[in-house]
Design a protein around this ligand. Structure first.
Ligand SMILES: O=C(O)CCC(=O)C(=O)O
Ligand SMILES: [Fe+2]
Length: 231
């Protein structure tokens, strides 16, 4: 991934269309990362530079969607839910996939900075590839636990949408007209999420930075179709 090696001028050509989140100077530091973010499915978007990025990203998008579907099938099987229904109702083939590449350069004063504040991902499953530099923490019983990168592995996080779906116990999703029902369905999602005693909790995580090594992560979040809502 040489995207981060492009000059600031070249990168800024993509500002807005593809989200860039440049790290700030130490005086005003709060976030210490560069980020490239693009929606890659159902409509594929990628900058034309650097050469080859678009092709690799397109292939990775397809492959990671297949991995997600296999993982979801296994989860459904484990919960004795009908996996075909789940796939059909969530319309996984037209589900959103958002790709981000994060670069956390060495930070002169890591105690004043954070790479990424605590959050949970929105989608069903997030696939994360990272280099061998520590930085990712997950919250377990109110304590932060460092996740040691395993070489050549893909880490899988459960997202908010997964928690909501599984906590329903049975999948029952209907396609709404977005305009008519959007405010109501957001409310339904919120209530379900709040009341959820989900078997698959979404994982709260954060990234800390260090003053020695550059950390890189490639993140693919996979969601259900935009037009699918929990009922
Ligand atoms: O960089 C990481 O390790 C995690 C990134 C992340 O959590 C995200 O992009 O949502
Ligand atoms: Fe995340």
């Amino acid at each position: 991934m040489n995207f981060f090696d492009l000059s600031p001028e070249e990168k800024s050509a993509y500002q807005g269309k593809y989200k860039l989140d440049p790290h700030t100077g130490v005086d005003s530091v709060s976030f210490w990362r560069d980020q490239f973010k693009a929606c890659v499915h159902p409509n594929f978007g990628s900058p034309p530079k650097p050469e080859g990025l678009s092709e690799i990203l397109c292939e990775y998008t397809e492959k990671s969607r297949e991995i997600m579907k296999e993982l979801l099938k296994a989860i459904m099987e484990g919960l004795e839910l009908d996996e075909d229904d789940f796939e059909k109702s969530l319309e996984l083939n037209s589900g959103d996939q958002i790709f981000s590449a994060n670069l956390y350069p060495p930070c002169p004063q890591p105690e004043l900075a954070i790479g990424l504040p605590p959050h949970a991902d929105h989608g069903l499953l997030t696939l994360l590839i990272q280099n061998d530099v520590d930085g990712l923490h997950i919250k377990n019983k109110e304590k932060w636990v460092a996740v040691n990168p395993i070489p050549n592995s893909i880490m899988v996080n459960t997202g908010d949408h997964m928690e909501v779906c599984i906590s329903l116990g049975k999948c029952s999703f209907t396609k709404f007209s977005q305009e008519k029902y959007a405010p109501c369905s957001y409310y339904v999602c919120f209530v379900l999420w709040t009341l959820s005693k989900g078997k698959y909790k979404s994982v709260v995580h954060r990234d800390v930075v260090n003053n020695k090594q550059t950390r890189v992560s490639l993140v693919m979040t996979n969601g259900s179709s935009k037009e699918t809502d929990a009922t």
